[in-house]
Write a protein that binds this ligand. Structure first.
Ligand code: ADP
Ligand code: 5GP
Length: 219
C-alpha cells in the first residue's frame, strides 16, 4: 500500500513543531523527515533529532549531487528534505510527514501532486508575536530583528494558504492536535477505501453478500 506524504507548513512560531510532536505520540505509522539545515542548533536541539545540522559547503554539495527532494533558503539559512526520506518511509511501510516552509511545499506539491498539504495558522498576529517572544526568551536568544522578520514573513506566507488542501488554526492546542489527527485518519480512510467499504454494508445498499446470506434463511 502506498504511503501518504503529508506536508505541513506554518509561519514560524505558530506552534507547528509543538503540534507535530503531539500528533506523533497519538498517531502510529507516521515517519517524520529530519531536514538538513545550515542554521545553528537552538536550545536543546540535537544533531540527527530535530535536524541534521550541516555547513553551507556540505549543503551546496548535496544540492549539486541531487540529494534533495526540495530545498529553500529561509531566514538566511538553507533547509532541505533528503530524497532518501521517501524511501525510508516506504520501506518501513509508513506515511511520511514533512515540516517545511511554503517555498519547499510548492516544490513538493509540483513533484508529488498526491501529497496532502496542511497549513497551520496562528490565531492572530498578536498571539504569533507573543509566541515568538516566549520561545526566544525560553531559549535566551531574544533578537528584535529576528522577531520582526518572522512576523513580516508570516504575512507573506499566509497568502499561500489557499494552495494547501487543509488549513487549521492553532489556538487551543488540544483542538488543533485533534484536527490534525482527524485529517491524517480521514486521508488514510480515503486511501484505504473505508467509505466505500462502509457504504457497502449499509442496509439500503443491500450488497450481494448480504442478500445471499439472507436468502439462506428463507430456504
Ligand atoms: P513553530 O514550530 O511553528 O516555529 P513552536 O512549536 O516552536 O512553533 O511554538 C512556538 C511557541 O508557541 C512555543 O513556545 C510553544 O510552546 C508555543 N505554543 C505552541 N502552540 C501553542 C498553543 N496552541 N497555545 C499556546 N502556546 C503554544
Ligand atoms: P526553524 O528554524 O524555526 O526550525 O524553521 C524555519 C522554517 O524552515 C520553518 O518554516 C520550517 O518549516 C522550515 N523548514 C524546516 N525544514 C525544512 C526543509 O527541509 N525544507 C524547507 N523548505 N523548509 C524547512
Amino acid at each position: 500500500m502506498a504511503g501518504i506524504l503529508f506536508i505541513i507548513s506554518a509561519p514560524s512560531g505558530s506552534g507547528k513543531s509543538t503540534l507535530v510532536s503531539q500528533l506523533r505520540t497519538l498517531v502510529e505509522g507516521l515517519d517524520f523527515s529530519i531536514s538538513y539545515t545550515t542554521r545553528a542548533p537552538r536550545g536543546s536541539e540535537t544533531d540527527g533529532r530535530e535536524y541534521h545540522f550541516t555547513t553551507r559547503e556540505e549543503f551546496e554539495r548535496m544540492i549539486t549531487a541531487g540529494d534533495f527532494l526540495e530545498w529553500a533558503e529561509v531566514f538566511g539559512n538553507y533547509y532541505g528534505t533528503a530524497v532518501s526520506a521517501l524511501a525510508h518511509a516506504k520501506d518501513a511501510g509508513k506515511d511520511l510527514l514533512l515540516d517545511i516552509d511554503v517555498q519547499g511545499a510548492m516544490q513538493v506539491m509540483k513533484k508529488m501532486p498526491d501529497a496532502v498539504s496542511i497549513f497551520v495558522l496562528p490565531p492572530s498576529p498578536v498571539v504569533l508575536e507573543m509566541r515568538l517572544r516566549n520561545r526566544s526568551e525560553a531559549e535566551h536568544v531574544t533578537s528584535e530583528k529576528v522577531i520582526q522578520s518572522r512576523l513580516a514573513e508570516a504575512r507573506t506566507e499566509l497568502k499561500r494558504m489557499w494552495d494547501y488542501k487543509y488549513a487549521l488554526v492553532n489556538d487551543v492546542l488540544d483542538q488543533a492536535v485533534a484536527e490534525m489527527r482527524a485529517i491524517v485518519l480521514s486521508e488514510r480512510g480515503e486511501r484505504d477505501g473505508v467509505q466505500t467499504l462502509a457504504s457497502s454494508c449499509r442496509t439500503d445498499a443491500a450488497s450481494p453478500r448480504l442478500k445471499a446470506a439472507l436468502s439462506t434463511f428463507h430456504e
